[in-house]
Design a protein around this ligand. Structure first.
Ligand SMILES: [Zn+2]
Length: 462
């Protein structure tokens, strides 16, 4: 995007006041999003967001300046601003020879997004609307959305990093509401991945809308949820969002360094049952959280966070890794060129365990099955959480007997993890809709097998 000689001059300018490390980040983010709301095409926004930022590290601190003008002159201006903000040592450093690192893509796109017209994409949304409404006259409201994002990034630093990455992400979402008399239920769901239009060869957004309608109508018959402490079984796949939010964030190095995490100082200690393993893996092909390089140019990796119940590792970005005198794990991510990177998850999941998922349900005399979790409120880092169950079932004598509504799960992530006593063999990743908020938005994947927590507080309405 920028001639490599210009990159060198920008990095040189960033180090004029000294500083230990200078980094240049450039980004071109193109997005098309279509929304169908109550049968009307609400938006067809096409945006292009281009810019760059320069970061200068000095010891434990870093200064950052960005611009949406990608001329060498403007970037040198940003470099000088960052250099002025970083503390001066009056000892200019030299930029090491930049070495291009572009490995083979692990998420190659087969069919580009422009291979289908915007009209045809909107037609899929109309089919989704028709499928949901066609399921039942009790469906009273349908929204459907399509988003394609092509994000190209270039990352250079004075230690010789030269990394380029293409991130192409497709997503379909829908929210379907059913009503009968005074009772209404709405289901929100989505699918997608880091993939081209070939996604549609094996995934059906229209069926997704039909399934959401089925769930919403089913939940009209839901009973009020029981309240109190009881066994809870959490479904595989998207159920992993509980682990991500309530435990995963506690393993991000910034919370560890600040001492704000329940997991600080616990590497090598038991934090879960011996059949529990948890992983953050940015290298899985096609997944929403996958990256060849993180937003600091560090190659992503598979990081085993918990192995056989023992805490092994946290997730590191460059800033925290430099503070700790160690290497980054490739978890430095940023929402855009306007933001400083911070430690973030990529694709985070609990690995398969030893138990038959059906046996897990059969083992519960009276409890709750959380088939679909909705949004959670989490005190990130500490891990206290309240999650809504959007599709829940009563388990009685080992069988799913009736849908329940209004159920929430209330607890503390690290405490819940310690209590897990059964983990299924059915590990699955979510269908591709995860968005993580931590001051900045980041696309992520979550996953887990069916898990059982023997005693968890259910906030019910009964
Ligand atoms: Zn999150």
């Amino acid at each position: 995007m920028l001639p490599i000689e210009s990159v060198r001059r920008v990095l040189d300018a960033a180090l004029t006041n000294g500083g230990d490390l200078a980094e240049l980040y450039l980004e071109n983010n193109e997005q098309l999003s279509l929304g169908l709301d109550e049968g009307r095409l609400e938006q067809a926004t096409q945006g292009n967001d281009i810019g760059g930022g320069v970061r200068v590290f000095y010891g434990d601190t870093a200064a950052y300046a960005y611009t949406d003008d990608l001329s060498e002159e403007a970037l040198i201006g940003a470099a000088k601003a960052a250099a002025a903000a970083a503390r001066s040592t009056n000892a200019p450093r030299i930029v090491v020879d930049l070495e291009k690192r572009i490995p083979a893509s692990h998420s190659p796109i087969q069919r580009a997004y422009d291979g289908m017209s915007t009209g045809d994409k909107a037609a899929i949304l109309r089919q989704m609307d028709a499928a949901a409404r066609g399921y039942s006259p009790q469906i009273v409201s349908v929204q459907a959305s399509y988003t394609q994002t092509s994000r190209r990034v270039w990352i250079y630093n004075s230690d010789g990093v030269w990394a380029e990455d293409d991130r192409e992400i497709l997503e379909f979402g829908t929210t379907v509401a059913a009503r009968r008399g005074e009772t209404s239920q709405s289901i929100r769901t989505g699918i997608g991945g880091q993939i081209g239009l070939e996604f549609l060869d094996h995934n059906d957004p229209v069926a997704l809308a039909g399934d959401a309608a089925e769930s919403a109508v089913l939940m009209l018959d839901a009973r009020p949820a029981p309240a109190g402490e009881m066994p809870v079984v959490i479904n595989n796949g998207w159920g992993g969002v509980l682990f991500h939010e309530a435990c995963g964030h506690c393993m991000e190095a910034d919370f560890i360094t600040k001492g704000a995490s329940a997991y600080a100082g616990l590497v090598g200690q038991r934090v879960g049952p011996n059949f529990l393993t948890a992983v953050d893996d940015g290298t899985i092909p096609g997944r929403r959280g996958s990256l060849r390089f993180d937003d600091e140019g560090t190659p992503t990796q598979k990081t085993v966070l918990i192995e056989n119940g023992i805490l092994r590792e946290y997730m590191w970005d460059l800033t925290e890794a430099r503070r700790a005198g160690r290497a980054s794990t490739g978890n430095g991510r940023r929402q855009s060129f306007r933001d400083m990177p911070m430690p973030r998850m990529t694709n985070t999941y609990i690995g398969a365990g030893p138990h038959d998922p059906e046996e897990i349900i059969r083992s519960v005399k009276k409890g709750i099955y959380a088939k679909k979790l909705g949004g959670g409120q989490v005190e990130i880092g500490r891990g206290d959480y309240v999650f809504t169950i959007t599709e829940g079932w009563l388990i009685e004598d080992g069988k799913l007997t009736a849908p329940v509504k209004g159920a929430t799960l209330v607890g503390n992530g690290p405490e819940t993890l310690r209590q897990i006593d059964m983990i299924g063999t059915d590990m699955a990743l979510d269908p591709g809709r995860g968005m993580c908020g931590k001051g900045q938005w980041a696309r992520v994947s979550v996953g887990q097998p069916t898990v059982r927590v023997p005693r968890l507080t259910v906030g019910g309405t009964e």
